[in-house]
Design a protein around this ligand. Structure first.
Ligand code: DGL
Length: 274
């Protein structure tokens, strides 16, 4: 018998919570199970093989908890592991389950948002070097020029809540000046890392009102809603008691304190390590 259960949401750390918040707002009756691999975060500078191995472990864990559908709420994992998991692993481990990422939904709408035809992509080293955004954007908006910039310091600054400190602000300023200084025609910046929405206001203040700063959460949630309408065989297997639970590979009390800060609500997690 096929299992019924919550939607699994996975990130290396706390960033996926920005996506989870939007998913819950869009699908308030659904159940969610969040897993943050906080003990091994950040993933951004790790090799392709390691990100794939860690992501597959997380997906298997969420399947074992009964999730028929897992969202990789992490660009690095979506860029480096999603395709292999979908094509190679899924048919063997759980052919009726599904794993979706955050890159495709974002690139589907990005072309409609820019007027100048110049889009900036900010992400981790792993996401930027994978070339996933230019490759996917070329399919949906072939005339758009894509300007990428990796921000290796941002995830550690966010995970450690140091982005409002003076030194943290300097790193953020330097990266924004680097991309905008090289490509002044950019009118749309995608935050292509699920941690970065935490910095949205800081970034907006740096780029000014002529540049729109786009977070992915709401886009991913909207596209997931459409996906569930188109895939009743998955939708029917999702439980709907409006509950969210949390697992972390870190100590739960550490996760709970930081996740509560990210979500602006009390969080109580359980521990799971590999
Ligand atoms: N939230 C992940 C992403 O979207 C962060 C990656 C990391 O752990 O460095 O890419």
């Amino acid at each position: 018998m096929e299992l019924h259960g919550p939607i699994g949401v996975f990130d290396s750390g706390y960033g996926g919570l920005t996506v989870l918040a939007e998913l819950r707002a869009k699908l308030p009756q659904h159940d969610f199970l969040y897993f943050g691999d906080n003990a091994r975060a950040p993933y951004g500078n790790r090799s392709f093989d390691v990100v794939y191995e860690f992501t597959l472990e997380a997906v298997k864990f969420l399947f074992d908890q009964g999730c028929p559908l897992v969202i990789l709420a992490c660009n690095t994992a979506s860029a480096k592991a999603l395709r292999t998991i979908q094509q190679k692993d899924l048919p063997q481990i759980a052919p009726n389950n599904r794993v979706l990422g955050v890159i495709r939904p974002s690139t589907e709408v990005l072309g409609e948002r820019t007027k100048s035809g110049h889009v900036g992509i900010l992400g981790t080293v792993g996401t930027i070097n994978s070339g996933s955004y230019p490759i996917e954007l070329a399919k949906f908006a072939p005339t758009v020029e894509v300007h990428q910039h990796a921000c290796p310091m941002w995830v550690p600054l966010i995970e450690n809540q140091q982005y409002e400190h003076q030194a943290g602000r300097l790193f953020i300023e330097e990266d924004i000046h680097a991309i905008m200084g090289r490509h002044a025609a950019i009118d749309t910046i995608l935050l292509a890392c699920t941690h970065y929405p935490v910095l949205k206001q800081q970034i907006e203040a740096l780029v000014g009102p002529k540049v729109q700063v786009v977070a992915q959460g709401a886009i991913v949630a909207e596209k997931l809603k459409d996906y569930l309408v188109a895939h009743p065989e998955i939708e029917q297997r999702l439980t709907k008691t409006a509950k969210t639970s949390y697992y972390t590979s870190e100590a739960p009390h550490v996760f709970d304190q930081k996740a509560s800060y990210f979500l602006k609500q009390e969080v109580t997690s359980k521990h799971h390590s590999f």
